[in-house]
Design a protein around this ligand. Structure first.
Ligand code: PLP
Length: 361
């Protein structure tokens, strides 16, 4: 049986805000490809998406925020690390759509970009609550992860991932297929992308399968194993197929994730903890003109570099999906004054570890 080839326009009946109309650009890195022994190395530049300062989160919010309860609620609540890219995109959406964000922030070490993201969130239409860790946040406010029927505030799923928002990443997979068909890049043999909640990698992989491509997706886990299991990713894929069916798209031919691999070699000590490999990967890409951060994209690129160093992917066409937001982010001069006092003292205690930098004085 020949499977149907899906197009982006097949998604038209499903509501979205329409934040993203243009494909994110492709950058070829021929010198780095040659150094690594690859056939080609292309980067998918979600950092250059204009909406909500770019990155992978606007793609999810495009679908998520278009329907109730989020489309109706005046206030949104979400959980994230103090440097959360999801909170950045949500804050930008709130500013654009005249909403308010209740940001439940938990501590993470001050790696590159963390304070800049916090400054942006603190400068937006937000109120912040500080929790010492992911775990204490969840114990105090279980609704932040278990979901809630509350509409004031309406609670976003963790990482803005649910079956509906994953359509934004699925759409990204179809978008890449269009760019391949237009000759912008060769069909990748392998695609490297960071795996947090999995919405991005699972959605992209499904979109590529729907377009008839057999690119292997290497989803590089940046979160601990219990939260990134194969069965969780398979379940999300099944949920997206079931949800699409309710929306009138029959994706039953693509239930099984056949070309999806979870790579666990780059997590290091844990989520949000920088590794020497991720730092080196950020440096290597900065030299090639692409800015990464060390928590997600640095670890995903480190997996690509480690594979190449091991003689893998020789002569192959490789794609790296840059999920980082664009920069620099604007912030107000007084952003520090709006932080919860407990967060201020925690920041001050850590500033010996790394100077609290950013665009603000
Ligand atoms: C959130 C995020 C991811 C992870 O996306 P998931 O859909 O949660 O797997 C990857 N990269 C960056 C930069 C992010 O902010």
């Amino acid at each position: 049986m020949v499977a149907r080839r899906w197009q982006i326009s097949d998604l038209d009946p499903i509501p979205r805000l329409g934040l993203i109309e243009e494909p994110s650009p492709i950058t070829e890195l021929p010198q780095l490809a040659a150094q690594l022994g690859l056939g080609t190395l292309a980067v998918k530049r979600d950092d250059q998406i204009g909406a909500l300062h770019g990155g992978n989160k606007p793609r999810k919010l495009d679908y998520l925020l278009a329907v109730p309860p989020f489309s109706e609620a005046k206030r949104w609540a979400a959980l994230g690390a103090i440097g959360s890219g999801n909170m950045v995109a949500l804050t930008a959406a709130a500013a654009q759509l005249d909403r308010h964000v209740e940001a439940h922030l938990f501590w993470e070490p001050l790696s590159e970009g963390v304070v800049d993201n916090l400054a942006f969130v603190a400068s937006g239409p937000t109120s912040m609550r500080f929790h010492l860790s992911r775990f204490t946040a969840v114990l105090r406010r279980p609704a932040l992860v278990l979901g809630s029927s509350s509409t004031d505030p309406a609670v976003l799923p963790v990482g803005s991932t649910n079956p509906r928002s994953t359509l934004g990443s699925l759409r990204a997979g179809l978008e890449l297929a269009d760019q391949i068909a237009a000759g912008e890049l060769p069909t990748p043999d392998r695609l490297y992308v960071a795996l947090g909640t999995g919405g991005t990698s699972v959605g992209i992989s499904l979109g590529l399968a729907m377009a008839g491509l057999d690119t292997e997706v290497i989803a590089v886990a940046v979160v601990e194993h219990p939260f990134t299991t194969w069965s969780q990713m398979t379940r999300l894929r099944h949920q997206v197929v079931a949800f699409s069916d309710q929306q009138g798209l029959d994706l039953s031919a693509h239930r099984a994730p056949d070309r999806f691999h979870i790579e666990r070699s780059q997590l290091g000590p844990g989520y949000a903890i920088v590794t020497p490999q991720s730092n080196q990967a950020c440096q290597r890409l900065a030299d090639a003109g692409v800015t990464l951060e060390p928590i997600y994209t640095g670890k995903a690129m480190a997996a690509l570099l480690a594979a190449a160093a091991g003689g893998h992917n020789r002569g192959k066409n490789i794609l790296f999906w840059n999920t980082r937001h664009g920069g620099p982010l604007p912030c107000s001069e007084t952003w520090r004054c709006t932080l919860p006092p407990a967060l201020v003292s925690r920041l001050n205690r850590s500033s010996g570890q790394r100077a609290v930098v950013g665009g603000c004085s």
